[in-house]
Structures are given as structure tokens and as C-alpha cells.
Design a protein around this ligand. Structure first.
Ligand code: PMP
Length: 436
């Protein structure tokens, strides 16, 4: 039913063939995960199946947030695709139903949503709105931020490691730490960046942050730490753009949006990844007064953004988050997972810190505790050892020493048990190798 199942030997040959073909066809800029790349042919809930019929526990993919191939989402897409797919220049009820349902998840000050196909497009649009509304050009981002693939965003995405082509309007600040006065320290960095812009004659447009700081290594606590920084940028007439591509749609536990953890109302909110559970739908939500100015000066059309099929997918995702209690599950399973990880921390000194919000978990590995050297090679090894044990995670942070655990939100405590059991084995193996 799922295509031919292969033997392990056939699979190894097929994987090598596919890698060669891929690099011949797609060129050298793409990267694959894992020392031994995997070829998946089917997904279901928290499971991915490879071509040889093996099942992998997915503790990494936040796009298929309500579970791989969730039937309610698949049916919604198929049903709408069979009837009509056009664009936002025609009237269509489903698009409006989606906008209404989505806006209902925001604080009342956020009153409009504009649809795109990717998180990058959403952020790019947010940059344009911020520039138009403030007359500024300066943006503040964190030192290992990732915000997207457009030319404008690569300049604001230092994690890409590219020499930024023209970043004179960008100011990079250190990501927040997890100390008790993290808010104060972060605000101080923001104020220093604003001061530097002033000196250089750059008018600030916005502070743009991923509210879970995922590529910086996952920083969620203490809740509310973003507030002083946001007050500082607003005092200069600049905006706060919350990039919710990673933390949004219930991942951080009992709240739908990462910014809610900080008791803030952003000026612009960008979202994507889990919004269509794999269908490419993304968007930017905004305070109406900002879009009034933007709409007066420009018009907006995105050929595929917000088409009726995307809208049907988006509605279905919101339905599932609600009907299956996935925000509550993210909180409950996340808490349970962190409890198990703390037990591992007591046994493995390599685990320096565990940081989390709901089902977004970062496990930082260092030699010699929190102030020790980053255990980058060990983190990569743990990720690969887990892949061999058929559990999928990845790593994050500027040194790549933070294990990034970010499963579909249908992850249950039984899945957390399995993940931690395999992680225990991987850490034990890394320890043995170190002792040799
Ligand atoms: N912002 C953040 C925080 C992201 O993690 C990503 C994607 N990794 C993006 C924006 C860009 O989204 P997309 O890949 O859909 O363009």
C-alpha cells in the first residue's frame, strides 16, 4: 500500500543513489540531516516510516504540528482542492472564515491578518510595514537569529553564517540568558543597539525576535523578560515584531503564542510552519492602525498566499488544536518530559541546563557545567546516535551544543518515555567514548 518495502541492504544502496542524484539535480547549497541521511516514505501522528519499513519517533518536526498526515487536515485540503482553488482577488468565504478564526486567537489589539506562503514572506512583509510606518530602516535581531530566506532577511539572519551582504542597518545583540535578571540585561543590549543606531544616523524600525529564541538555543524564562526591551524600542518610535514561526500555534503550552508568555501585545506578528500542518500557508497579523498607513501607500497581492485550499488547511489545524486539546497536551507532556530530562541531568554532568516552554525543549550540553565549554561534537553525536535508535531530534544554538526537542504536539507521555530511554542510551555511549 505504501510502495515497495526494501531490505536494509537495498535501502542503503538506494539512499546512496538518492544522495548522488539529489546533489546532481539540486546542487550544493542543500544540506541533509544526519551522518546517515534518512528516506521517509510515510508519516502518521508522531511516527515517520522509512523505505525499509522502520518506524521512527519524531521528536523534531514542528511543521506537522497536529501529527503527520492528520486525517482532518488531509480531508479539508482534499475537499477544497476538489471544488475550487483560486486566490484572494476573488471573494471566498473560507478565507474569511480562516481570518476570523485565526484573529480570535490574538489579543483584541491585533485586528488584521495578511496571508503569505512562507514564514520568510511573512517576515519580509513585516519589515516593509515597519519601514513604512516608522520611516526607519534599523532592525535589531539576536546574534544567532534566523528569520528567513529573502535577501532582506538573510541580512537579519546571522545564524546562516553568511557574510551579510548589506547589514549596515542591522544591529545584532546577544540572545537573552536564563538568569533571573535576563529581562534587564536584554533591554540593556537593546538600548545600546538603539544608541548605536542614533550615533550612526539610523532611525530604528523594529526589534524582530523569535519569541522562543530557537536558533539562539531556546530561551523561554523567566516569563515576561521581553517586556523591558519592547518598552525601550517603542520609546524610540520603533515597533516590536514577534516572529511566531517557531513558538506559535500552541507549542509553548497553555498559550497559543510565544509572546503571550511575556504578557505583551506585539505590533506585528509573523507565523508559518505549523499553520497548515505541512501545507504552505503563513501570514502576518497586525494592529490595524499600522496597516492603515501601509495600505494607503501600497497594495498587496500574493498569488498563492491565502488561497481557499490553504485557508481550509489552516482552519482544520485550528480545529484540531482545539478539539484535541493540543495546547494542554503540549504543557502536560512538556512538563513530564522535562521531569524525566532532569532525572537524566542528575546522572550526566554533560547536561548543563534544560530550558523549555511546553513542547519546545532545549538541552544544553557543556563540559564542566553551565560556564564550561560547549559540547558541540557530543551534541552532534547524540543526535546521530538517536537517529540510529530511530528517534529524531536536532541541535541548535551558536555552537550547536543545545539538543533541540520539538515534536508534533500529539506527543504523549509514552513517547516522552521512549525518547528519554533512547537519549539515556545515547548519552551513556557518548560517555563511554569520552572515557576511552
Ligand atoms: N522565522 C523563524 C524563527 C524560522 O524558524 C523560520 C524557518 N525556519 C522562518 C522564519 C522562515 O520560515 P520559512 O522557512 O517558512 O520561510
Amino acid at each position: 500500500m505504501w510502495g515497495r518495502e526494501m531490505s536494509a541492504a537495498d535501502e542503503a544502496i538506494s539512499t546512496q543513489d538518492m544522495i548522488a542524484r539529489r546533489s546532481r539535480l539540486l546542487g550544493p547549497a542543500y544540506r541533509l540531516f544526519y551522518d546517515q541521511p534518512v528516506q521517509f516514505v510515510r508519516g502518521e501522528g508522531v511516527w515517520l516510516h522509512d523505505a525499509a519499513g522502520n518506524r521512527y519517533l519524531d521528536a523534531y518536526n514542528n511543521v506537522a504540528s497536529v501529527g503527520h498526515c492528520h486525517p482532518h487536515v488531509v480531508q479539508a485540503i482534499a475537499r477544497q482542492a476538489a471544488v475550487l482553488n483560486t486566490h484572494t482577488r476573488y471573494l471566498h468565504e473560507t478565507v474569511l472564515d480562516f481570518a476570523e478564526k485565526l484573529l480570535a486567537t490574538f489579543p483584541h489589539q491585533i485586528g488584521h491578518v495578511m496571508f503569505t506562503c512562507t514564514g520568510s514572506e511573512a517576515n519580509d512583509l513585516a519589515l516593509r510595514v515597519a519601514r513604512t510606518c516608522t520611516g526607519g530602516t534599523g532592525f535589531i535581531v539576536t546574534a544567532n537569529a534566523y528569520h528567513g530566506v529573502t535577501s532582506a532577511l538573510t541580512e537579519l539572519s546571522p545564524s546562516l553564517g553568511l557574510p551579510r551582504p548589506d547589514a549596515s542597518h542591522a544591529r545584532l545583540i546577544p540572545a537573552p540568558g536564563s538568569e533571573a535578571n535576563a529581562g534587564e540585561v536584554f533591554a540593556r543590549h537593546v538600548s545600546a543597539a538603539l544608541e548605536d543606531m542614533r550615533k550612526c544616523g539610523i532611525k530604528p524600525a523594529a526589534l524582530l525576535v523569535d519569541t522562543i529564541f530557537s536558533s539562539d538555543g531556546v530561551f523561554a524564562d523567566p516569563p515576561g523578560f521581553l517586556r523591558p526591551a519592547v518598552e525601550a524600542v517603542r520609546a524610540e518610535g520603533a515597533l516590536f515584531i514577534a516572529d511566531e514561526v517557531q513558538p506559535g500555534f500552541g507549542r509553548c503550552g497553555e498559550q497559543m503564542w510565544g509572546f503571550a508568555r511575556h504578557d505583551l501585545v506585539p505590533d506585528l506578528v509573523t507565523m508559518g510552519k505549523p499553520m497548515g500542518n505541512g501545507h504552505p500557508v503563513a501570514g502576518m497579523a497586525a494592529r490595524p492602525e499600522l496597516l492603515a498607513e501601509f495600505g494607503r501607500r501600497s497594495r498587496y497581492f500574493n498569488t498563492f498566499g491565502g488561497n481557499p485550499v490553504s485557508a481550509a488547511a489552516g482552519i482544520a489545524v485550528l480545529d484540531v488544536i482545539e478539539s484535541e486539546g493540543l495546547m494542554q497536551n503540549a504543557q502536560h507532556t512538556g512538563d513530564y518530559l522535562v521531569k524525566l530530562l532532569r532525572q537524566l541531568k542528575a546522572r550526566y554532568p554533560l547536561i548543563a541546563e534544560i530550558r523549555s516552554a511546553g513542547l519546545f525543549v532545549g538541552v544544553e550540553l557543556r563540559h564542566g557545567g553551565q560556564t564550561g565549554t560547549p559540547a558541540t561534537a557530543e551534541a552532534a553525536r547524540v543526535v546521530n546516535l538517536l537517529r540510529e535508535r530511530r528517534v529524531l531530534i536536532s541541535s541548535a544554538g551558536p555552537q550547536g551544543n543545545v539538543l533541540k526537542i520539538r515534536p508534533p504536539l500529539v506527543f504523549g507521555t509514552e513517547h516522552a518515555d521512549l525518547l528519554v530511554q533512547r537519549l539515556d542510551q545515547a548519552l551513556a555511549e557518548v560517555n563511554v567514548t569520552q572515557e576511552k
